[in-house]
Design a protein around this ligand. Structure first.
Ligand code: TGC
Ligand code: FAD
Length: 394
């Protein structure tokens, strides 16, 4: 019989290929050596140094599933393993990475023209260029189909579109060079590539949303467009309707399902170690049943969650996944990671209030992760609709 290893309780590693293990180990070492030492300060100051994206790019972790253009050409399981390693450090760093990979590079790769791919993908892969994804608006979050941002042909300049509207809560927006903006053209949602350096001065503003209570290590802001002019070759040529942004979200939500398990695993490691060191009533906290219950609950949820991710990843690699499967793992893993990390905060007593113990940062981040890319209740209704044929949204 095998010895039980709490750090890989159901032996996920045994179900991975050599390539997947090698990518996961590279990502792990990079994240621990380069990102982990920055995170407490990054979270305190709420500053995201754009060099971080270049560092992530230099180890090949941006757009890893894309073939060519300087990308790794790895499978979806590998992408999930990378997200898990980045989010083991911080959900904000995983946000910055997954927006670049899933929400900017992925749509360019699947919807873009050859010219768009050649122009943008190599620079996005190195992190020299930073991208963001503008879907959410001040009045339309869970219901992006009602968006107000519009694109119109320029009244006098041939081959030019003009964008007007506002997007909010956009990861990377204040420092982005490239904006994937979803806007209605003749009432239909279309995707546009807005290059900061190419638009008329004063037409594009990207103020940061400051003083966040979570995800402080990533930068978030608005995209305010007032007569942004872009050439028509910067529109995705074929894709129209919500299918465009949701195709991107399928990939990002899949990564989040893995990522949250990394955050939960880190919460478990921190709480276990703390409980062995801290003594009350003459014993280490780890000796008490109620503490062990919290650890056992969290460990079970993390490992069930990872195996569900692996199953959906294998299906995705075979082209056999359904979006509802991704809704299921995104919702379940966010909810379990949030609930368990909150319970594990209790193990730290008053020290949970010190950022040096890291646990509270992780739990607060997970509240946002459970909200973005479809709040958990929205995913429950996506599943309920698939089960019953009845839409509960409208
Ligand atoms: P609905 O009728 O469901 O769909 C309209 C059209 O879209 C298609 N579609 C999908 N296609 C591919 N993949 C999916 N997952 C799809 N879901 C829907 C659908 O087939 C249909 O196509 P067609 O051709 O028939 O028109 O539209 P609805 O208006 O009823 O949608 C409701 C709902 C709730 C499902 C949807 O709007 C939703 O998921 N809302 C949540 C919004 C959301 O996830 N926003 C994310 C913003 S981006 C973000 O948060 C990034 S954070 C990144 C970070 O920092 O890490
Ligand atoms: P609302 O839609 O107002 O929802 C509020 C509550 O009501 C939720 O609990 C929701 O589940 C519930 N609700 C809504 N409708 C229903 C219904 N029909 N039935 C029952 N309950 C309902 N967006 C982007 O486009 N790009 C990004 O890069 C991005 N990054 C983000 C980064 C951060 C830090 C944050 C906080 C958000 C980010 N978002 C981004 C936005 C995010 O996707 C939205 O916040 C999310 O989709 C929810 O929208 P909302 O905030 O408008 O909430």
């Amino acid at each position: 019989a095998a010895r039980f290893n709490w750090e890989d309780a159901l032996n996920l590693r045994s179900a991975l290929s050599e390539d997947e293990i090698s990518i996961a180990d590279t990502a792990h070492d990079f994240c621990q050596e380069v990102l982990q030492p920055k995170v407490i300060e990054g979270y305190r100051t709420e500053e995201f140094d754009r060099n971080i994206m270049q560092e992530i790019g230099a180890v090949g972790l941006l757009g890893p599933t894309i073939d060519g253009y300087g990308c790794a050409g790895a499978n979806n399981v590998s992408y999930g393993l990378i997200a898990r390693e980045v989010e083991r450090v911080d959900s904000g760093y995983r946000s910055a990475m997954s927006v670049q990979s899933s929400l900017v590079m992925h749509p360019i790769n699947v919807f873009g023209t050859q010219e768009q791919k050649d122009r943008f993908l190599p620079k996005l892969a190195t992190g020299e260029m930073i991208g963001c994804f503008g879907l959410t608006e001040p009045n339309h979050g869970s219901d992006p189909g009602s968006m107000e941002t519009v694109a119109k042909p320029h009244p006098t300049k041939k081959g030019v579109f003009v964008l007007n509207g506002a997007k909010t809560w956009i990861t990377n927006a204040p420092i982005a060079d490239l904006f994937v903006v979803w806007a209605k053209l003749d009432g239909k949602i279309r995707g546009f590539l807005v290059e900061r350096s190419q638009v008329p001065e004063g037409s594009l503003a990207t103020p940061a949303i400051k003083n966040k209570t979570a995800l402080r290590a990533s930068i978030t802001g608005m995209i305010q467009m007032d007569g942004v002019e872009i050439p028509e070759e910067n529109m995705f040529p074929e894709i129209s309707g919500l299918k465009g942004p949701f195709t991107c979200l399928n990939s990002a939500r899949f990564g989040i399902a893995w990522g949250t398990m990394g955050a939960l695993e880190e919460s478990i490691r921190l709480a276990r170690n703390y409980s062995l060191e801290r003594k009350q009533f003459g014993n280490p906290l780890a000796k008490y049943q109620l503490i062990q219950m919290k650890l056992a609950n969290a460990l079970t949820d993390a490992n069930y969650g990872l195996l569900a991710c692996l199953q959906v990843g294998r299906l995705k690699d075979a082209g056999e996944e359904a979006p509802e499967m991704i809704s299921m793992i995104k919702r379940q893993n966010c909810d379990r990671a949030l609930q368990n990390s909150r319970a594990l905060m209790e193990v730290f007593g008053g020290n949970a209030a010190s950022d040096e113990y890291n646990i509270t940062r992780i739990a607060h981040n997970l509240q946002v992760v459970q909200t973005y890319e479809g709040q958990s209740d929205i995913h429950a209704m996506i599943l309920g609709r698939a089960m019953t044929g009845e839409s509960a949204f409208f």
